[in-house]
Design a binder for this molecule. Structure first.
Ligand code: DLL
Length: 442
């Protein structure tokens, strides 16, 4: 990055970020053919899958031919646990990370030296895109260890020339103290942890607003514009969305740009993205929502071909005013496997969050209890109130939330308003949905 490019709009890699669409497509095509040749030779799983689908690199003539390739799903990675899908020798792996995995074995992912280098560059690119500059101090309150959010962001921030405060998650009182005392400019964590940090800052009487804290880089879980407004009000930063997943690289796949914050630019020189109908697996019409499928174009150690992310989004086809040519994605509203079906209506937890945040007096701390009431799935929403219960206050809040959920989301649910501080807080990704066998008495 040159000094002259520090003006806004600012780029980390001007040439790559503003490549003409036809040049980008030619680069993708070249990298795709090379990838298919490489994994056919090195990964028995892909060799067998490509043989079954009757594809060889020379049959890939245009990017549309991508559709001839088979999909990869999370289970394929699990079944090849830990490292049977490696495309390089074990000695060439410099690091592994793993997904948390709710049951059974985690998915282990691996990186070569070149992968780590690419990753640091992509994070640095993302940081510049969201408004971080060399010399900024970033508190990285994201889990280190096996989660990709810690070290992934860490090395990218150092690559850009930032100072990193590697607090990881937890010990929130100390996080807030360090942010204030060190004059931290950038906070990276999940949106739900940012909400817990805001709360602790308030209870400690530490006002971070109006100080050097400028940017909240938030991601790793779905969140809403309503929560963004709330966090910006409480922490005084500009909250920016970033997206990624371990199977593809970790954070650094897509992010909003500081100027527009209207969709996430996905780095198309490294990731080939499709959006398909999760039932038919055919591409959705332009602009429609569907499941995002990603092919890694440059990963060496553990490339994935047409990986089904389960994340639901849509392309925004219009060029962005920031000048980046890489396409944008709508914010990820949820995952196909997080979708609830309440009395026949499909609901994502983020839709409920968005409604709750619109009810003055409720806090962004909530939980969704899903259970079977009679023959239908029923939803009880537990949500905290800002104030104590007096003069029927909780009943009014519950009525307001129930009415709005019915009219906006279209479902009937029970609302249980709780006192401030009674629901769990999260240091990483929030676990908001709980299946319960019997809902009566909640
Ligand atoms: O969450 C990587 C990451 C770290 C992203 C730090 C951003 C910041 P995984 O643990 O593999 O990786 O989880 C990936 O989290 O498939 C989405 O379902 C969800 N997710 C990630 N970012 C967002 C986001 C990291 N900005 C899974 N909005 C993905 C909504 C997100 N969901």
């Amino acid at each position: 990055m040159t000094d002259s490019s520090l003006e806004s709009p600012c780029f980390y890699d001007l040439k790559q970020e503003t490549l003409a669409r036809d040049e980008l497509a030619a680069l993708q095509m070249h990298r795709l053919r090379e990838l298919v040749a490489r994994v056919s030779a090195a990964v028995p799983f892909y060799r067998a899958a490509f043989a079954k689908a009757d594809v060889t690199p020379d049959k890939l003539r245009t990017l549309d031919d991508l559709r001839r390739l088979p999909f990869t799903v999370k289970d394929d990675l699990r079944q090849n646990y830990p490292l049977r899908m490696l495309a390089v020798d074990r000695q060439q792996i410099r690091r592994v990370h793993a997904t948390s995995g709710t049951t059974g074995k985690p998915v282990v992912v691996a990186y070569t030296d070149r992968d780590l280098n690419t990753w640091a560059d992509l994070i640095a690119r993302m940081l510049v895109t969201v408004g971080v500059r060399p010399g900024d101090m970033m508190q990285n309150a994201s889990g280190y260890g096996l989660f990709t959010g810690g070290l992934g962001i860490h090395y990218g921030a150092e690559r850009l020339g930032c100072t990193v405060v590697p607090t990881s998650g937890g010990n929130t009182v100390r996080q807030v103290m360090l942010m204030r005392d060190l004059g931290v400019n950038v906070l990276h964590c999940t949106p739900s942890y940012a909400s817990a940090i805001a709360e602790v800052a308030e209870s400690e009487g530490i006002d971070l607003r109006g100080g050097p804290l400028r940017i909240g880089l938030l991601g790793a879980e779905p969140w809403t514009d309503e929560l963004r407004v709330e966090l910006e009000r409480r922490l005084g930063f500009k909250a920016i969305d970033c997206y990624g997943l371990a199977e593809v690289i970790g954070p650094g796949v897509a992010c909003e740009c500081m100027d527009q914050r209207a969709g996430l630019h996905v780095w198309e020189d490294h990731f080939l993205v499709e959006i398909v109908d999760p039932r038919t697996l055919e591409p959705v019409p332009p602009g429609e929502r569907g499941e995002m499928v990603i092919t890694t174009l440059t990963k060496e150690a553990l490339p994935v071909v047409r990986f089904r992310t389960r994340d639901i989004t849509a392309f925004i086809e219009e060029p962005c005013a920031c000048g980046r040519t890489h396409r944008r994605l709508q914010r990820i509203g949820g995952r196909t496997d997080d979708m609830l079906i309440i009395r026949g209506v499909n609901v994502y937890p983020s839709q409920i969050e968005s409604v709750l945040m619109g009810v003055p007096g409720l806090l962004p701390h909530y939980r969704l209890l899903v259970g079977r009431g009679g023959v239908m799935d029923e939803l009880t929403v537990e949500v905290e109130a800002q104030d104590r219960d007096s003069d029927g206050r909780y009943r009014q809040l519950a009525d307001a939330a129930r009415y709005r959920i019915k009219s906006i989301v279209g479902i009937n649910c029970k609302i249980s308003v709780k006192p401030h501080g009674s629901l769990p807080r999260f240091e990483g990704k929030a676990a908001r949905t709980k299946q319960v066998s019997e809902l009566s008495g909640v």
